[in-house]
Design a protein around this ligand. Structure first.
Ligand code: RFL
Ligand code: PHB
Length: 392
């Protein structure tokens, strides 16, 4: 079967769905091809914290209604170390900006529902998706669905297919430069229907390893502890997790932890990764397909949204003003912002985690840095400015 659309989007994660909706709203025809089922995409528990810029983009896409009601505004978070908690007042330190706790699952659900309601088409369980001829002005994508081969011709391909996607993998090695750092630990995360330990997030540095107290609502908590890359989820009973979490928190927070059965438990490795450039002729790479940050700075989903902002503007300019200048500038503009978030996420990871090779000296240096961060206004401002998201 043959078909033609203006923009073919690979991947129905937040990047693909958001780009699809923004384009659909201005009358650009899109088709999204997703390898997994809709249920599978919605079952992935990932990001939890949205920057204001991401919220504004979701609103622009017309998907902000439920988020505005159910999202929880956070004006600060706690840094915990050396047995104490110190509040970072994000709002005061960033000139009025806040964050919102609203899970990626909810963002994805809202985007999927809105796409359906506005007659946007997504093909789930599309197999063997393959971009072709993206070094020409006549790119096309092939895929299989229920054993039938399909071909979609288009003006542009948007590779929004995550770290393991096919778009970046289709580019010859010599045309791409990879920058990567793999960290020697992972995050073990659990989701549980218990009230959060505190009304704000707590990022904890402890000699035994990092811990993070987050949430999805006032009745659903999301917690993480740094773990070894050799650890298996099966080795972590709920009881072991709760004991470890409490051990790594300052006593006043540990006392407030409400435990309960986990409803999800998984281990994620941590890496920093950037591929350059992000444009290959008529194919543009976006979100996790282009870059990965360790989750410590809560930047991954927000970066995917800011990439989409630039790509959407560039494609809009192409169709409405017949200008390619946005498309030409895309890679450079995105990478400039991405590298700043990569730096921030790397730095926050470095300050908060226990590294196997740095010993007690490393721990003392981290504590000195954390004392400095929480006692120097310019240092706190720099942390806040980056955490709430640098301007687009
Ligand atoms: P996604 O979400 O990975 O979506 C890509 C989609 O492409 C599909 N796909 C294909 N489809 C067709 N053909 C193929 N060959 C395909 N290959 C792949 C996939 O099935 C998938 O549906 O990428 P996207 O849209 O760029 O979104 C990125 C975000 O998901 C990611 O950056 C965040 O989840 C990162 N992240 C966080 N980000 C934040 O901003 N704040 C946070 O608090 C935060 N916490 C986190 C996180 C990520 C985590 N993990 C598990 C990696 C916490 C964790 C634990
Ligand atoms: C989450 O709630 O999943 C979360 C929050 C903050 C982070 C990372 C993950 O930095």
């Amino acid at each position: 079967m043959n078909q033609r659309v203006q923009v073919l989007i690979i991947g129905s994660g937040p990047a693909g769905l958001l780009l699809g909706q923004l384009l659909h709203n201005i009358g650009v025809e899109t088709l999204i091809l997703e390898r997994q089922s809709q249920e599978y995409v919605l079952s992935r528990i990932r990001a939890g914290v949205l920057e204001q810029g991401t919220i504004e983009l979701l609103e622009l896409a017309g998907c902000g209604e439920r988020m505005r009601v159910e999202g929880i505004i956070h004006s600060g978070f706690d840094l915990a170390f050396d047995g104490q908690r110190y509040r970072i007042d994000l709002q005061e330190m960033s000139g009025g900006k806040t964050m919102m706790v609203y899970g990626q699952t909810e963002v994805t659900k809202d985007l999927m529902n809105h796409r359906l309601a506005t007659n946007g088409i997504t093909i789930y369980e599309a197999q063997d998706v393959q971009p072709h001829d993206f070094n020409t002005n006549q790119p096309w994508v092939s895929y299989k669905k229920d054993g039938v081969e399909h071909r979609v011709d288009c003006d542009f391909i948007a590779g929004c297919d995550g770290f393991h996607g096919i778009s970046r993998a289709s580019v010859p090695d010599q045309a791409i430069e990879i920058y990567e750092k793999v960290y020697p630990f992972g995050w073990l995360g659990i989701l549980a229907d218990v009230p959060p330990v505190s009304h704000e997030l707590i990022y904890a540095n402890h000699p035994q390893g990092f811990a993070l107290c987050s949430m999805r609502s006032m009745t659903r908590s999301r917690y993480y502890v740094q773990c070894s890359l050799e650890d298996k989820v099966e080795e972590w009973s709920d009881d072991r997790f709760w004991d470890e979490l409490r051990f790594r928190l300052p006593p006043d927070a540990a006392d407030q932890v409400t435990t309960g059965p986990s409803i999800e438990k998984s281990i994620a490795p941590l890496r920093s990764f950037v591929s350059e450039p992000l444009r290959f002729g008529t194919m543009f790479i976006c979100g996790d397909a282009a870059h990965i940050v360790p989750p410590t700075g809560a930047k991954g989903l927000n970066l995917a949204a800011s990439d989409v902002f630039y790509l959407f503007n560039a494609i809009q300019e192409y169709y409405e003003e017949n200008s390619e200048s946005g498309l030409e500038a895309y890679s450079k503009k995105v990478l400039s912002r991405v590298w700043k978030a990569v730096r921030f996420s790397w730095w926050m990871t470095t300050v908060m985690h226990r590294f196997p090779d740095t010993g007690t000296f490393g721990q003392k240096i981290q504590e000195a840095e954390l004392h400095y961060l929480t006692s120097s206004t310019p240092a706190t401002q720099s942390l806040a400015e980056n955490y709430v998201g640098l301007p687009l």
